[in-house]
Design a protein around this ligand. Structure first.
Ligand code: IMP
Ligand code: MG
Length: 192
């Protein structure tokens, strides 16, 4: 197999840029959470948020619980099917708790919108969203945060389908330590 790096056309954010931005975000989130009496719950959206959640959580120096949820909206292509479903539930009870939903990327907004509704139905007292990337130019669903939740984003992403730092195309490239755009031929060919 060829190296994954050879599939990348452009690197948008390097590992150093990512580390620095995630650490700043964690500082901001920590400051906003420091007044809480009960530990908030960081809920990572699997699988894409696994690296971002790990890095963010390591920089938050407050007691937090960690859990994962899964919402399926993508198959192996690059377009959302528009109606994501919760396909893997939380282990923790979030009733009465402050939740920070941790996402890799907010694109059309339908996944976070669905997950905020879901967390509300489970009794969360507030829901913030921390997304590593945000593509506001692609938004179709405007979502409201719950309670006094806030929206945090690492970087604004141009309208490209990106991979790396947790994000995949056809379940590959999640392990790249940077974020980049694939060479066009690799958006068609699904084996490395
Ligand atoms: P949304 O529901 O359209 O906001 O899409 C959210 C989900 O789609 C994200 O959590 C990602 O898993 C996936 N997604 C959206 N854009 C990209 C991308 O550029 N690269 C990889 N995954 C993406
Ligand atoms: Mg995702």
């Amino acid at each position: 197999m060829k190296s994954l790096d050879s599939h990348i056309e452009t690197v948008l954010w390097t590992p150093d840029q990512i580390t620095s931005r995630v650490s700043d975000l964690a500082t901001e989130i920590s400051a906003d959470l420091s007044h809480l009496t009960d530990p908030p719950v960081l809920v990572g959206v699997a699988t894409g948020a696994f690296l971002f959640l790990a890095d963010l959580a390591r920089h938050i120096r407050l007691p937090v619980a960690v859990d994962f949820i899964r919402a399926e909206s993508y198959g192996s292509g690059t377009e959302s099917n528009g109606c994501p479903k919760v396909s893997s539930d939380l282990k923790l009870d979030v009733n009465g708790r402050h939740v920070v939903l941790v996402e890799d990327i907010v694109d059309t907004g339908s996944t976070v919108s669905r997950l905020i509704e879901y967390l509300e139905s489970k009794g969360a007292s507030s829901v913030s969203v921390a997304t590593f990337l945000d593509k506001p130019s692609r938004r179709k669903v405007q979502f409201e945060l719950l309670g006094n939740g806030k929206f945090y984003r690492g970087f604004e992403c141009p309208d490209h389908f990106v991979v790396g730092y947790g994000m995949d195309f056809a379940e590959l490239y999640r392990n790249l330590p940077y974020v980049g755009v694939l060479k066009p031929e690799h958006y068609k060919c699904q084996s490395p």
